[in-house]
Design a protein around this ligand. Sequence first.
Ligand code: SF4
Length: 256
Amino acid sequence: MTKEICWNITALCNQSCKYCHRFLNLKNLSYEENLKILYNLIDSGVDHITWTGGEALMLDYLDDLLKISYDKGIKNKLITNGRLLTRNRIDKIYKYLDNITLSIDSIDNVINEALGRGKYHFKEIQSILEYITEKKYDIKISINTVICKLNLHDVCSLSNFLNIYNIWSWRIFKFMPLREKAITNKEIFDISMDEFSKIVNEIRKKSLIQNIDTRVEEDMEKKYVLILANGDIVITNQGKDEKVGNALIDRMEKYI
Ligand code: SF4
């Protein structure tokens, strides 16, 4: 059985998605403190780490942590909005990664701007996909997409676009008003379960991607463990977040 952890290593982000439900206003720990957490995870037997944020690549020392983690035999998955994933950085870190997950919700610049991702987001993701394909890097590429009111009728165009590339998996989230901005902007983004299911069925018919899975509110009712930017260990259960410790001082065995 895999022992995995999702590490929201920074609350900082260089995009401003209006449906974002990350934990806000948490100060970053230092490199040394994050290194201590990483060794705690390694000693606790964690074998898969999902590195996310915020935008994890905003930490310039992330690359070092990825290398240490990789050298210790951990499978690393990086979730990124791609803005800081320059070609140089891909060259540097791809070998430490088992999977790179790119977040994209639309190929339409107007929609991307309205969502808060910025009007160049599609170009940025396209450039990354082109580069990894051209270099034939041995790494799984996954896609995360949030479906909401603004991109509901546009996701099939995204699906056609993704068909060009060798995408390992596509995780499609229904917009979820879980916390922070996502709660404030619920009216702008919320869609019904019926709308979500219909569009996912349509995607499944057209997409060439073999592994497509979905996440809806009920999935958040299962327990899962996060480490936040300040080291807090949080268990989300039935949509409620509960701090159960801090990875700087508490062992992780009982949570994984
Ligand atoms: S959804 Fe992701 S990329 Fe968008 S603001 Fe939140 S953390 Fe940043």
